[in-house]
Write a protein that binds this ligand. Structure first.
Ligand SMILES: Nc1ncnc2c1ncn2[C@@H]1O[C@H](COP(=O)(O)OP(=O)(O)OP(=O)(O)O)[C@@H](O)[C@H]1O
Ligand SMILES: Nc1ncnc2c1ncn2[C@@H]1O[C@H](COP(=O)(O)OP(=O)(O)OP(=O)(O)O)[C@@H](O)[C@H]1O
Ligand SMILES: [Mg+2]
Ligand SMILES: [Mg+2]
Lengths: 259, 259
């Protein structure tokens, strides 16, 4: 689950680039886009106009993920459950539903069981969360085993962490005792500023080994890629941004040896 | 109301720097921090630990803004209703309350009437919104007359606009017929990239005269200022970032001649 309620820290960029890096290594990867803005669906060139079958139908109507998912045209082996603007009404609709926090977990577990039986097991599942701690993010945290937390190397990034950790505790207590912090990834590191190095040092001091060694630099190529409906892995494979995400993906797989 | 559900586009940075620029010109300004992360409160050096009187008490318990507000130590004439982490529970609490969308409007109207009577009228009120279209942002849009929309000069920034406009229509229809788009401000413009110029051109084409002429550049000094509890106006007054925000504030006051 890629989550952080602070906005613009690189949740979507991390989701799509790590997922693409793993799929290029031959792994089968599923990305669930739970952000009504649908940025992950855009970056992976998945159609997600209003009314298109999406995560909304899965959460609210119990639709089968197999009927809603699409494969990324640029990266074989990378499947996406897209988000449409319909999802923006889902949080208010979910409030009065039964088992409102567990709807994603139920549909994901069913889909994972079905794909496993068919011999098409996924190696990794990523859920891209919106910048809030509402019912969409709660659904993601209830469905998953590990959180991947991108932290932008900027001052405000530190302020939101205690809120995120408190939410993690609440989810662990009431909804998902297995949930833990899998990894923290430092993003948008701008080597020109002292601030970035200070924030990075503070995060490492606070979270220790949970912080991946790889740091993602702030690069123009990373921010340009989505305007071509691509990840930076296919847009500019040899660039520092692509190499950093490849390294981070490799590090994650080694870390995950145990999960 | 400074709103845009896309995360990290410069809502808080715009709120605190425009408010400080106006207050330095001798105007009386109120900032209401409605983001549970409390970034605006941090940038203006206002205490906002858990349990401190804040926007939470105003919204949920009907507390008087006069008892909750504090004056910014660096900028006289700039008053702040801070946000604490308690606010993160407010959205769920508001769902089942009576007149849930109007609670900010009621308390703001009462406070504005009281300050006017006492001869301490505010010239401007800004509300910093969280990156979502939940009940906190709806409260802000119901209370205000004009939206100030920061748009980051990045590709994803364009995707969220149709959602924001749709929400504006709904608020206008059901809750606040006077609400309109006051101004759009282009932020984090990085002159090194073609992408920034393309996004800026597209926004101007789409929104025409509503887009301020002043564009805020991406600068390190702007992102460093909050780590000193300051706005860039006091942290580095002669810097390009501070000058850009001064210019934008001046432009806003001329635009607002009619409001
Ligand atoms: N390493 C990077 N270098 C340069 N730009 C980046 C980098 N990572 C992300 N960006 C850009 O920064 C912006 C914010 O990133 P992104 O949208 O991935 O964050 P997010 O956390 O998903 O935002 P939201 O909170 O709105 O969901 C985007 O325009 C993206 O293209
Ligand atoms: N013009 C700028 N130049 C450089 N950095 C900037 C600029 N404007 C904002 N920033 C930095 O970018 C980050 C995002 O800005 P900010 O927090 O103001 O956005 P926001 O829209 O309020 O985010 P959220 O959606 O989380 O509320 C912050 O770390 C801020 O310091
Ligand atoms: Mg995102
Ligand atoms: Mg903010």
């Amino acid at each position: 689950m890629v989550a952080n309620q602070k906005g613009g820290v690189g949740k979507t960029t991390t989701t799509v680039n790590i997922a693409a890096a793993l799929a290029q290594h031959g792994l089968r990867v599923l990305v669930v886009d739970l952000d009504p803005q649908g940025n992950a669906s855009t970056a992976l060139s998945i159609k997600h106009d209003e009314g298109f079958p999406s995560a909304y139908e899965v959460l609210i109507e119990g639709a089968d993920m197999a009927h809603v998912r699409a494969e990324c045209p640029d990266v074989p082996g990378l499947f996406v459950v897209p988000a449409t603007i319909d999802l923006s009404g889902a949080e208010i609709e979910l409030v009065s539903m039964v088992a409102r926090e567990n709807r994603l977990r139920r549909s994901l577990d069913a889909h994972l069981a079905a794909t496993e039986q068919a011999g098409d097991r996924y190696d990794y599942v990523f859920v891209d969360c919106p910048p809030s701690l509402g019912l969409l993010t709660v659904n993601a945290l209830t469905a998953g085993r590990e959180m991947l937390i991108p932290i932008q190397c900027e001052y405000y990034a530190l302020e939101g962490l205690s809120q995120l950790m408190r939410t993690l505790e609440q989810i662990r207590e009431h909804l998902n005792p297995d949930l833990e912090v899998g990894a923290i990834l430092l993003t948008m590191f701008d080597a020109r500023t002292r601030l970035a190095a200070q924030v990075a040092a503070e995060v490492r001091q606070h979270f220790g080994a949970q912080v991946l060694t790889t740091v993602i630099p702030r690069t123009v190529r990373i921010s340009e890629a989505p305007s071509y409906g691509q990840t930076v892995l296919t847009y500019d494979p040899g660039s520092p941004g692509a190499l950093a995400y490849l390294e981070a993906a490799t590090e994650l797989t080694h870390q995950g040896e145990g999960t």
